[in-house]
Design a binder for this molecule. Structure first.
Ligand code: PMP
Length: 365
């Protein structure tokens, strides 16, 4: 084979994102508590809508995702013209970075923030900068102290994956107030629906309505349980929406994602059941693991970060191997610099029971 062309500087510094899950066929046998997917399977209404559109697969979708944006606008009381849909929030993260950061620029995020922030920053030649956390929580003072004249984009995942922590509405406002107005603040609210019951929580809509430099990102991959379809959306000011609409592909959201997305948004019963499942099983799993002597970080998402002992034979890596050999896949945290911990998604009851049974057995062995 001849030599391949060399990519732009920095591209080969990227360690590829490895989810370690969901190969076709494997999904049937494995209990997958590794990717924070919806615990109840997809909404029946979304599945019906998907089946009903199969005869239209030869058509291009609506490039503007109009019906979906209207459904989202109605549900949240937003301006549909300032919603932009994407192939997962991952695509929107990449498009925002492509539009607002480049070589010489810095992209700021909190230590243990979602991996796609540094990956996306490097992909556009920008420099990712991680501000230190305090007790596994975004530290607004540390974030503001890390801002330099080169900072172009700031990411805040609220709640954050993989720590599960969130910062209060007042803290989010303080972070925004401390940033120069030409810096874009991206509030990634992928897990908002799990945190919304808390009265000091905001997904950021209030800030987007007031400030042109704030973007809120949401996804259909978590509580709406449509991860396979790749669907996310941004709510932002008109100028930022205009930029995203210029750089995105003309048909970036599939017809399947659009029709299932509309049905899922309108299925409030499914949303309520999913939230109730999480509200019951997240504290249950937290308590059971704590009772086993493990340390579990408080979580406002649909997953928990569990710290394992450093004792040889009982480490997180040992536990991960023990569970995966027995058909339960949870998430290793090496790439987040949290190798002593594992992240467990709050999946279906029987998978959680099996996961707990195996961890109990592992610790006792
Ligand atoms: N943001 C955060 C904080 C996430 O945890 C995830 C999913 N792991 C995403 C964004 C990406 O979600 P999507 O499936 O919409 O691309």
């Amino acid at each position: 084979m001849s030599k391949a062309p060399v990519p732009r500087p920095g591209i080969l510094d990227i360690a590829a994102y490895v989810s370690g899950a969901n190969q076709i066929g494997a999904t049937v046998t494995l209990k997958q508590l590794s990717s924070n997917e919806g615990a109840l399977g997809p909404s029946p209404a979304a599945m019906a809508a998907l089946t009903a559109m199969a005869g239209e697969l030869h058509r291009y979708p609506d490039g503007g995702s109009t019906a979906l944006r209207q459904a989202l606008a109605k549900k949240h009381g937003l301006d549909a013209a300032r919603i932009v849909c994407g192939a997962g929030s991952d695509e929107l993260i990449a498009l925002l970075l492509k539009s607002y950061a480049g070589p010489g620029d810095e992209v700021l995020y909190s230590q243990h923030g979602f991996l796609m922030y540094p990956i996306g920053a490097k992909a556009v030649g920008a420099t990712p900068v991680a501000a230190p956390e305090t007790a596994l929580r975004t530290d607004v003072d540390a974030m503001l102290a890390a801002v330099t004249p080169r900072t172009r984009v700031v990411f805040l995942a609220n709640p954050n994956n993989p720590t599960g922590s969130y910062i209060s509405a007042a803290e989010v406002a303080r972070l925004h107030a401390g940033l120069p107005s030409d810096v874009l603040l991206i509030i990634d609210a992928a897990y908002a629906e799990y945190a919304e019951g808390r009265n000091d929580y905001t997904a950021g809509i209030d800030l987007v309505e007031k400030f042109a430099n704030v973007v809120m990102l949401r996804t259909f991959s978590k509580i709406f349980a449509l991860a396979a379809l790749r669907l996310g959306w941004a709510y932002c000011s008109a100028p930022v929406a205009d930029v995203l609409n210029r750089v995105r592909g003309p048909f970036n959201v599939s017809l399947a994602a659009q029709v299932a997305g509309v049905a899922a948004v309108e299925d409030s019963d499914f949303l309520a059941r999913s939230r109730a499942h999480n509200e019951a099983w997240l504290p249950w799993m937290t308590e059971k693991l704590t009772a086993l002597g493990l340390s579990v970080a408080p979580s406002a998402g649909n997953f928990i970060l569990v710290r394992f002992p450093d004792t040889p034979g009982k480490t997180a890596a040992d536990a991960w191997a023990y569970l995966s050999e027995r058909g339960v896949l949870i998430r290793k945290m090496h790439s987040y610099g949290l190798a002593h911990s594992l992240r467990i998604s709050i999946g279906p009851e029987e998978e959680l029971q099996e996961c707990l049974r195996l961890i109990t057995e592992f610790l006792a062995a």
